[in-house]
Write a protein that binds this ligand. Structure first.
Ligand SMILES: NC(=O)c1ccc[n+]([C@@H]2O[C@H](COP(=O)([O-])OP(=O)(O)OC[C@H]3O[C@@H](n4cnc5c(N)ncnc54)[C@H](OP(=O)(O)O)[C@@H]3O)[C@@H](O)[C@H]2O)c1
Length: 336
């Protein structure tokens, strides 16, 4: 089968397509013929080893000292189950599924094995494989942090980075939980964020949100551009500050500064065990049309370096998809 490998840290052109052995599912695994994957910020971070200097050593120990430990990147996938291990009871061959392999990666490949109890669910029938693929990374992350922040009816939430893959789901989910949503993004994304349901939008290139004299119950920062003085000034007593991109060191600094306030800080990374549960909730909301995936650009498998170059710029709108099998083309070939 074909797979994209990353055998050294570097620019997008380190990614190469190679032929490797098709995997064989273990007893508790399903073998998915993968139709679409995505390029997330996490894939680009690993490929380019783009981490803060203070985090260099722990990150190298975690990701691989001299090269990425997981040579096949990609965490989102969707496709059809081709085979199941002998102990699998929840899925069968022919099921259409989408899955999130998280830090195990491996989704830049034509076939992927996923344990049936990992983060995998039946694909929403109303969505394409491409759309289903991009539900999990942003959707699960947004859901996890909004739940940790107990976002609920009547809360005023500011979502900084409202047009990114986490942001587009955070806006839709916060509205679903009954919050009043203010989305912060650049000029070109204002319409998108409004369309996703934000009550108010702020263009960060023109307006300093912290100077607007507004008080929020929750600040959700998916970019890492909010400062602690801004947070203290703009958050109600007992407010929550959700920060998705803090290193352990910045987290410590924030927690220290907040010691004398009643603000609750929520950082760290989502818990993978919970992700396995949340994928089913995300699927349900997608089927009901509560959340809609946003696809910015779609590339073919052999355009992976171009896709990484685009995501590296840090301004994608929602998600970037990689089509592994062009279903329309395969259908035509089958017919012929
Ligand atoms: N803690 C966790 O468990 C966890 C999980 C997943 C992701 N993350 C992190 O969350 C972050 C967001 O991920 P993502 O997938 O949503 O990224 P993304 O799709 O690349 O989105 C990036 C966002 O940043 C905004 N942005 C870029 N430069 C900006 C600037 N100078 N000022 C204000 N906004 C700016 C972009 O908006 P414009 O284009 O409008 O500028 C865009 O909305 C990443 O850093 C990722 O590593 C953390």
């Amino acid at each position: 089968m074909k797979a994209i490998v990353c055998t050294k840290y570097g620019k997008p052109d380190v990614l190469k397509i190679v032929a490797i052995e098709k995997p064989i599912p273990k007893d508790n695994e399903v073998l998915v013929k993968n139709f679409a994957t995505s390029v997330t910020v996490a894939d680009c971070r690993v490929r380019g080893f783009d981490v803060p200097a203070s985090f260099w050593l722990p990150a190298r120990l975690a990701l691989g000292l001299f090269k990425p430990r997981k040579s096949i990147l990609g965490s989102e996938l969707s496709g059809i189950i081709e085979a199941v291990g002998k102990n699998v009871s929840r899925f069968e061959a022919g099921d259409e599924v989408f899955a999130f392999s998280d830090h195990k990666m491996g989704a830049y490949a034509e076939y992927v094995c996923v344990a049936e109890n990992d983060c995998i669910a039946l694909k929403p029938e109303n969505l394409s494989f491409e759309q289903s693929t991009v539900l999990s990374f942003g959707g699960i992350t947004a859901l996890y942090f909004l739940k940790k922040g107990r976002v609920s009816k009547g809360d005023k939430i500011l979502i900084y980075g409202a047009s990114g893959s986490v942001g587009v789901y955070a806006v839709q989910l916060a509205k679903y939980f009954g919050a009043e949503v203010t989305g912060v993004c650049s000029t070109g994304n204002l319409e998108l964020v409004k369309r996703l349901g934000a009550d108010f939008v702020i263009d960060y290139t023109k307006t300093d949100w912290a100077e607007l004299n507004e008080k929020f119950d929750v600040i959700f920062d998916a970019v890492g551009k909010t400062g602690i003085s801004q947070i203290i000034k703009t958050t109600k007593p007992n407010g929550r500050y959700i920060h998705l991109v803090a290193t352990p060191f910045t987290e410590l600094k924030i927690r220290w500064r907040l010691l004398s306030s009643k603000l609750k800080f929520i950082g760290g990374t989502y818990n993978s065990a919970i992700a396995n549960e949340y994928i089913h909730f995300i699927k349900k909301l997608a089927v009901e049309g509560v959340i809609k995936p946003v696809i910015d650009k779609q590339y073919c498998f052999d355009e992976i370096s171009l896709a990484h170059e685009y995501v590296d710029k840090g301004h994608k709108k929602g998600n970037v998809v990689i089509t592994i099998t062009d279903l329309r083309r395969s259908a035509m070939v089958d017919k012929a």
